[in-house]
Design a binder for this molecule. Structure first.
Ligand code: 6PG
Length: 244
């Protein structure tokens, strides 16, 4: 059963997530020698990344952290819409994570199909396993119920074997890469970060457990590890709390 942690606002949420995620990252590095961390894109995680950059430089064992992305826009890495650029500017340029441990989705590949195939090959080499057992995955929620770049009605929602797919999103930039449900659900821990009233309806549908995955893809995030935590602020929780 997923845990739901309600925070007063986005500021408290980024503080609490920064601490909780740092503890999971540290535990993973201490017990296995490394942490495989998946970053989310969008605007919500920006405050978390800047908090890690300002207050966790010495509190997270960055040398043991491998950074991946849950999805990426198929744009150059220096494009302002790039999820890699967001993380590089707000976090990775400020912490001692070795460059060899930073694994951006290869949007300089000739095509999205080749990029997805190359990223999957890199993941299979990293995990040397039939499952990508990420230690922690950060995800956001769109007002339409999408997560990563798994959008309502997308054929990617039916994928059960591949770990990375090229997709066409209904928002700009439309060409994207995304981890698939099986890849995401193999994770040990998944943190959703959701703030703002515009997410309240989608969040309520997903948290009630009755949502259809094709309509609200985030409802398909059900890690076998049962390590799912919804970090939400009061604005995003408004409809769901009212239902209780
Ligand atoms: C992306 C993200 C996407 C995001 C949600 C929420 O590439 O845009 O991966 O899934 O997490 O759209 O975005 P906000 O945090 O900006 O609301």
């Amino acid at each position: 059963m997923a845990e739901v942690r309600v925070c007063a606002d986005a500021g408290e949420l980024s503080c609490r997530v920064a601490e909780a995620a740092a503890a999971l990252i540290t535990d993973a590095v201490r017990s296995t020698g490394r942490c495989s961390l998946v970053l989310s894109g969008g605007s919500t995680p920006r405050a978390l990344y800047t908090r890690w950059a300002s207050s966790f430089v010495d509190r997270i064992p960055w040398a043991g952290v491998h950074v991946f992305w849950g999805d990426e826009r198929f744009v150059p890495p220096d494009d302002p819409r790039s999820n890699y650029k967001l993380a590089k500017d707000t976090l990775l340029d400020q912490v001692p994570c070795p460059a060899a441990n930073v694994h951006p989705m290869p949007t300089s590949s000739p095509t999205p199909e080749q990029a997805a195939g190359a990223y999957e090959t890199a993941l299979r080499r990293h995990f040397d396993s039939d499952r990508p057992r990420f230690d922690l995955v950060l995800l956001g929620l769109g007002p339409d119920g999408h997560t990563a770049s798994l959008f309502p009605g997308s054929p990617a929602l039916d994928e059960r074997a591949r770990w990375v797919l090229p997709v066409t999103a209904p928002v700009d930039p439309s060409s994207r890469l995304t981890l698939t449900m099986p890849a995401l659900n193999a994770a040990r821990h998944i943190f959703f970060l959701v703030t703002g009233t515009e997410k309240a309806e989608a969040l309520d549908h997903v948290l009630t457990g009755a949502a259809d995955v094709r309509t609200y893809p985030a409802a398909g995030i059900r890690p076998e590890s049962d390590g799912l935590v919804w970090w939400i602020d009061r604005d995003a929780a408004a409809l769901h709390q009212h239902r209780r």
